[in-house]
Design a protein around this ligand. Sequence first.
Ligand code: GLY
Ligand code: MN
Ligand code: MN
Length: 439
Amino acid sequence: MPVSESITRHYADHVAAQQVAWESAMEDEGFDAVIIHSGSQVISFLDDYHYPFRPNPHFLAWLPLTRHDECALVIRPGEKPVLYYYQPTDYWYLPPSDPDAWWADHFDVRPVREPNEWRTGVPLGREAYIGDAPDLAGEGDLNPRGLITRLHLARTRKTEYELACMAEANRVAARAHLAAAAAFREGLGEFEIHHRYLDAAMSDDAELPYGNIVALNEHAAVLHYQQRERTRPDDSRSFLIDAGATMHAYCSDITRTWAREPGEFADMIDAMDALQLGLCEAMWAGADYRNLHLRAHLDIAGVLSEFGVINVDAQTAVESGLSSVFFPHGLGHYIGLQTHDVAGLIADERGIEIPRPKGHPFLRLTRVLEPGNVVTVEPGLYFIPVLLDQWRATGDVAAINWDKVEALSPYGGIRVEDNVVVTTAEPVNLTRPAFEAAG
Ligand code: GLY
Ligand code: MN
Ligand code: MN
């Protein structure tokens, strides 16, 4: 993995910030030490191959060790964190390389050859264990809820190191998005486009933050479309790609929609793009994300009305639930070490949930935005047969222009998604400059 100085120069401050956040959470919850386990390989049933390994995100919050199972990190107040660095003697698989100074200098690194060797370092007082390794905690406190809630809340405010990683994850993904768009223009199929993306991102499938959504034509109406057709369609009209990248485990999550020919669908993409930019500019500290989501509904209903897809005004479409037929997911979510990052619904350290607006069950972020938050902004507009059929059966049938729906359904749908940093001043869009630099 290339190591960029623009990222590593922030790392010492990041580790120091982690230490402050964790010590504060440990003190509040009465713990003398926390043991964070990186995770264990999971073997497939009746076989000896393992699934792609995803480390514990609480481990990754400290360390850029994305391929490192069976490590343990011990945090104690006022002490340099101790890393039990698992380096087995093996000839079936390549063991992890020796620690790199840029991160290792901030830890007391103790190489271990056996998975459980770190246990010689406990007991440490009243300790908590964080992770999902089998039998991690024994009788001890495993993933204590109060501690986890405090740590999740802390993770919503990103450090400069984290922002630098996410900016780079956006640059990598933008480059790959443009390669995928070129492949669409060449007339390639979904499977081929996906592989062009992987090549341009220099990424394995398993290293992506989530499975790429590579959807031609009607497939763009399937929100998390997961198949990749091997054959090329006869008529490749539209292309929706939702695909990200990772840098030191930090994610990007980006969607673009393209039309082959100018026309009404292409104009609709432009309208959605303009609407999405307006929403990105509204991601100010102090804004309630629920209100931004509801504004997105109103804006999208405006586009539906303007293009003659619906026969009612925007306000009526939102109040009647009609806008949700065309935009059935949330405006966005926190993003960081996880694509759908933690604490999006959490009010405070007690872990109480902030309810979603009535009628919006899929919204993943209901908090008031704070400086340091990174959010996605991903309005969509789709022609989804199952939702249209439901409306036809139970809603105001005359509110929809069915001829228009029939004409546009072969294009599937539109989503535009960027990653935006909330600051003490204007929001900072990580995605748009990445496309400009890559283009
Ligand atoms: N790629 C999944 C999402 O946008 O939430
Ligand atoms: Mn996405
Ligand atoms: Mn997203």
